[in-house]
Ligand binder design. Structure first.
Ligand code: UVW
Length: 339
């Protein structure tokens, strides 16, 4: 039990080992711990005192946006498509506007433009996976929320639950790619190799980084940088990726450090494809529906990582304001780290 979490919740939190013994809720779940009707999960660690303390990490004021453009990666990975951004001239009539104004710049009624993004897959680019993204095959959705409550007309368990306060706190970057380069060990982000708890601990120790209650853990694998630096014709959208081990050990590490969210620059945070082809996205199953932990994918971490390596400070103030989209399954992170 860490002090910051006691301050936020007043009661000691159970360990992951305790959670695995639960008889009143699915084993390994945090259901009920943040309240019976809770739909925010581990984002509840991000309390007012924690945000205030996190702001103390701003020293230089340098800011690092953490997402790629909405239409990247290109080509899109898996079944997700390309967004189409369309622009419109808007003609003003006496009582309002009408779309479809002509392109004549001298027409005094046509001073406005609108735009629309069609086919925007909220899981296609840098994103948060919301808590409705994954249902556990046995136990269902986080906190026992019924399937019928997801999407219209109830719109429960959406990213709008996080938009109300934002996801704001302290982030810690674990630069795994740099660690492997520094110790001269082979590292190819396209290998389906599992990152174990031991590897994360070694990276954090090499950086002299410590995790605290409520931290947003950012994992840089180098996957997106490698994908995006290849020539367009050479990019292979069938996914193989280094990533976190999909195990209870990993879930225990994240829960017992009271991590509020975990995000990476790869496609699934976890290793893909999974070791056991019969279990799809095993870490997603342990984190999203059982623990209620936000997962961020396809993030842009390279500029932040370069700055952290330059000043040996791997912690920053972190602000993310997901879309206020009722019931949204995912959202661009709209995230920035400020050092
Ligand atoms: C994959 O598609 C691999 O992961 P997610 O559904 O979380 O985006």
């Amino acid at each position: 039990m860490r002090g910051g979490c006691r301050a936020a919740h007043q009661v000691p939190l159970p360990t992951y080992a305790d959670l695995l013994k639960r008889g009143d809720a699915p084993p390994g779940s945090s259901w009920g711990i943040f309240g019976g009707g809770d739909m925010r999960g581990t984002a509840n660690f991000l309390s007012d005192p924690l945000r205030t303390k996190a702001a103390g990490h701003i020293r230089s004021g340098s800011s690092f946006p953490l997402q790629w453009p909405l239409d990247q990666p290109q080509p899109p990975i898996g079944h997700r498509g390309n967004p189409a951004h369309e622009f419109f001239r808007v003609g003003f009539q006496h009582r309002g506007h009408t779309p479809g104004g002509d392109d004549d710049p001298s027409n005094p009624r046509h001073i406005a433009r609108d735009d629309v993004v069609r086919n925007l897959w909220l899981q296609g680019s840098s994103q948060w996976d919301g808590l409705a993204h994954i249902r556990h095959p046995v136990y269902g959705n986080y906190n026992g929320i019924a399937d019928q409550a997801i999407g219209p007309p109830c719109f429960q368990l959406g990213v709008d639950q996080w938009a109300r306060t934002g996801l704001i706190g302290r982030c810690v970057l674990a630069d795994i790619e740099r660690y492997f380069r520094d110790v001269d060990r082979h590292w190819d982000p396209f290998d389906a190799v599992e990152i174990t708890v031991g590897i994360i601990e070694a990276v954090l120790a090499a950086q002299a980084s410590e995790l605290r209650c409520g931290d947003i853990l950012l994992l840089r694998t180098g996957w997106m940088g490698q994908y995006m630096s290849a020539a367009l014709d050479d990019r292979k959208p069938e996914l193989t990726s280094v990533g976190l081990e999909g195990s209870e050990d990993m879930a225990a590490f994240l829960w017992d450090h009271h991590i509020s969210a975990v995000a990476a620059d790869n496609a699934a945070v976890e290793c893909y494809p999974p070791r056991d082809p019969g279990v799809h996205l095993p870490l997603h199953q342990l984190l999203i529906p059982l623990l209620g932990m936000p997962i961020g994918e396809f993030w842009y971490l390279d500029a932040l990582a370069a700055d952290c390596a330059a000043d040996s400070r791997y912690e920053a103030f972190f602000v993310s304001v997901p879309l206020n989209l009722r019931g949204g399954i995912g959202s661009p992170p709209q995230a920035v780290a400020i050092k």
